[in-house]
Write a protein that binds this ligand. Sequence first.
Ligand SMILES: [Zn+2]
Length: 278
Amino acid sequence: MHLGNVYAALKSWLSVRRRGGRWILRIEDIDTGRSRREFAEQIEDDLLWLGLTWDEGGLADLGGHGPYSQSRRGEFYARALDRLRSMGLTYACTCTRSDIMASSAPHQSDGRVIYSGRCRPPSMPCVVPEPEGRHAVRLYVPDRDIVFTDRNFGPQSYNLARDCGDFVLRRADGSWAYQLAVVVDDALMGVTEVVRGCDLLLSAAQQIYLFGLLGYEAPVYAHVPLLLNEAGLRLAKRDAAMAMGALRAEKTPAEVAAMVLDDRELEEYMAFRDASVR
Ligand SMILES: [Zn+2]
């Protein structure tokens, strides 16, 4: 973790503690190439050092909505995909990366590529049998605005056809896409509030669309600003001084919290933390 993750975690934990809710620690390890058990162990250790205790989830699978590791939840994602498939809203995409780059609309400022719809059947919804070979599965998105109110950023409106295009639910290698996994998990785990960085505002629109298709109520979103480093760039792994390892070596938990919280939030954090320790 770095200070940016800590910021979102603190804001989420405080909001839950204020409302008397339950804080869930979900292990988002669907990217099996990049996920390792020791990374999750380190995150748990960092959260506990900060005094951010969770009520459900974690590597110990605490609570009744498990398993809490996405790598063990494939059957739930498969069931949701089957539902979308039977509604005629998905199709197989056999494009290679270079097909997609060559046929797509100009890249967005965040590096996102908008899929051209090259493999989409001529009219949707449409139930088409998927080919045997290697292919991704995409979700058709309509030319319609998704509007929602973010608790911090206020009213939001995205047109998925224009802003992201038909997006992948299952990759060609069989792995699950983040958008499908988090929607299914949030729904089945009874998540009512999501706090995370504002780089995921467009994802919220994609997810709200998916919640609706699957017949679930979407949670409330409270996106937080991204922290910037001294060069004005988004805080990332390269900012070694803002990584938890470096922060833990130099500061107390309250000093780390004070870097991102205002005085009132800091006081609440200390009070809730001390109450949960006792
Ligand atoms: Zn395609």
